[in-house]
Design a protein around this ligand. Structure first.
Ligand SMILES: [Zn+2]
Length: 258
């Protein structure tokens, strides 16, 4: 995998870039470093606040894939959205569609033009400044270097690709119960991360994307699990945390476009 994509960076120039560069000097990027991309989907929801606070306290980078409808429907949602945006050194806020298909996945993907319009609407509501999206309920990928999708979502992925978007899925999901609570323990998840690196079970060498959902951490007992998971991953300095705009091989962002 090309490392140039990481160092040249799709990061926007900002004051935080200097902090980023300093971090690079302190810990040089090389093909032996293992990167973890924590990603939280479907916010803003109950639980988003815990995800933000825990990542801030632990100083780990993460990506929040937000739903336009959730962000736009309340001041409460907008506050959470603004908290994420206020930490560009740690967080990336990306597009997870406007409607999340309203639960009608098949129809959504069967109508790629209206699905693309749904993403464009979310981009305008969320005012995203990056060209990264994640499909609702589907682990499809499309970057410069990764083409991975089921037949059902391929027409939409092609349209998103033509419109300049990178589509990013995940390598490992922390599953949840019907009530939205985490199924696996933090220890089990941290062991899975270790195993996946050992087994090279990732799309890009030494880069692992972990999917979680904000709502899983709405209860105190469950948010402790998230904290423990992060602390286990930090233990021994085996891994470096990154935002998904740092993922290698992304399509470059068009100027004044997504
Ligand atoms: Zn989702």
């Amino acid at each position: 995998m090309l490392w140039a994509g990481f160092t040249e960076s799709s990061m926007r120039p900002s004051a935080h870039q200097f902090a980023e560069e300093k971090a690079v000097v302190e810990k040089p990027l090389d093909s032996t470093t293992k990167y973890i991309y924590l990603s939280f989907d479907d916010g803003p929801l109950f639980g988003t606040s815990s995800c933000i606070s825990i990542c801030e306290d632990e100083k780990v980078k993460a990506t929040f894939f937000q739903i336009g409808l959730h962000q736009s429907r309340s001041n409460w949602g907008k506050k959470l959205y603004n908290r994420i945006l206020s930490r560009p050194d740690l967080f990336l806020l990306s597009n997870h569609s406007f409607t999340h298909t309203y639960g009608k996945y098949v129809q959504f993907y069967q109508q790629p033009d209206s699905a693309l319009a749904d993403f464009m609407h979310a981009a305008s509501v969320l005012n995203t400044t990056n060209n990264i999206v994640r499909l609702p309920g589907n682990n499809g990928w499309r970057t410069d270097s990764i083409h991975f999708s089921s037949k059902m979502v391929r027409p939409l992925i092609q349209k998103l690709d033509s419109a300049g978007f990178n589509v990013l899925g995940w390598d490992l999901e922390w599953n949840y119960t019907r009530n939205g609570r985490p199924i696996q323990t933090a220890t089990h998840m941290a062991n899975l991360v270790d195993s996946m690196f050992q087994l090279k079970a990732y799309k890009t060498k030494n880069h692992l994307v972990v999917l979680m959902h904000d709502h899983m951490f709405k209860n105190e007992a469950d948010s402790v699990q998230l904290l423990q998971f992060i602390q286990l991953l930090k233990y021994g300095n085996k891994y470096q945390f990154a935002r998904l705009d740092q993922y290698p091989g992304l399509k470059k962002q068009r100027i004044n476009n997504y």
